[in-house]
Design a protein around this ligand. Structure first.
Ligand code: 13P
Ligand code: ZN
Ligand code: NA
Length: 283
């Protein structure tokens, strides 16, 4: 069934686990993520960045998610990831997205508050939860530069003020992760996370999780993370499966043939993350 992210994340917060949010790029990603959720009886969030909806459109992804959710026995949400402005969030809601993120993390604190509040004011009365971001997640997921001279870590005092003022439904935090592939081993600042948790009661969101060791993610969930985002690892899995097939059968020209092992790679990856996040058998 198609649902919002609200109950999903509050249930996860109550049960001390996290729901995986997987970035989908095309029909095959959608089918593979849903197949994993069904097999693991897990709630699931599918999400798309502005870059991805430029490739297809909000309408295409909303329609695919709706069809996938209709026949699924588990709760499914379709979420706008890194929403890059008020208008984009409105367009996503209009297209049928059941959850949106407004990413004002590159703005000054006050401007981030104003931008986020402008979205919550419209979205919350329509029962669409709003994820916001405070602090800095590194890397380049449709990302710009940090505000000059500011710490990348979310400040707990600011987080409290931010949530109280904007009424955001969940908060993405800067705790040491980065989008894309890591150069060294990433390190989540668990103490920063604990300090944020002690001030803020909405579900916290971890971005840039591809490449983060499972034990660090599990620890972060203990410290208040309820939504965990994966994008890069799914892209890698798809490409690995597709290329593996094509190099074995270079004369193939039916894309469905190579897409099958590509989807299987994504499905296995997603199921293993669901196990680590603790969302398996929670649907
Ligand atoms: P990764 O690509 O590092 O998994 O980051 C995903 C993400 O944060 C999507 O918003
Ligand atoms: Zn992100
Ligand atoms: Na990453």
């Amino acid at each position: 069934m198609l649902t919002t992210t609200k109950e999903m994340l509050l249930k996860a917060q109550d049960g001390h686990y996290a729901v995986g949010a997987f970035n989908v790029e095309n029909l095959e990603f959608v089918m593979a993520v849903i197949a994993a959720a069904e097999e693991r009886h897990s709630p699931v969030i599918m999400q798309t960045t502005p870059g991805t909806v430029k490739y297809a459109s909000l309408d295409y992804f909303a329609a695919m998610a709706r069809v996938a959710a209709q026949s699924a026995s588990v709760p499914v949400a379709i979420h706008l990831d890194h929403g890059d402005g008020f208008d984009r969030c409105m367009q996503a809601m209009h297209a049928g997205y059941t959850s949106v993120m407004i990413d004002g993390s590159h703005e000054k604190f006050e401007d981030n508050i104003d931008l986020t509040a402008s979205v919550t004011k419209v979205a919350l009365p329509l029962d669409i939860p709003v994820e916001a971001e405070l602090g800095k997640v590194g890397g380049k997921e449709d990302d710009g530069p940090a505000v000059e001279g500011e710490s990348p870590y979310t400040d707990p005092d600011q987080a409290q003020q931010f949530v109280e003022t904007t009424l955001c439904s969940s908060l993405a935090v800067g705790v040491g992760t980065a989008h894309g592939v890591y150069k060294g081993t990433p390190h989540i600042e668990q103490q920063v996370l604990k300090d944020i948790r002690s001030r803020v009661d909405v579900p916290l969101v971890l971005h840039g999780t591809s490449g983060v060791p499972d034990d660090q993610v599990a620890e972060a969930i203990k410290n208040g993370i309820c939504k965990v985002n994966y994008a890069t690892e799914l892209r890698q899995a798809y490409t690995r499966g597709f290329m593996g097939f094509m190099s074995k059968y270079p004369d193939t020209f039916d894309p469905k043939k190579a897409a099958k092992p590509a989807m299987e790679e994504i499905k296995q990856l997603v199921m293993s993350h669901m196990d680590n996040l603790g969302s398996s058998y929670k649907a």
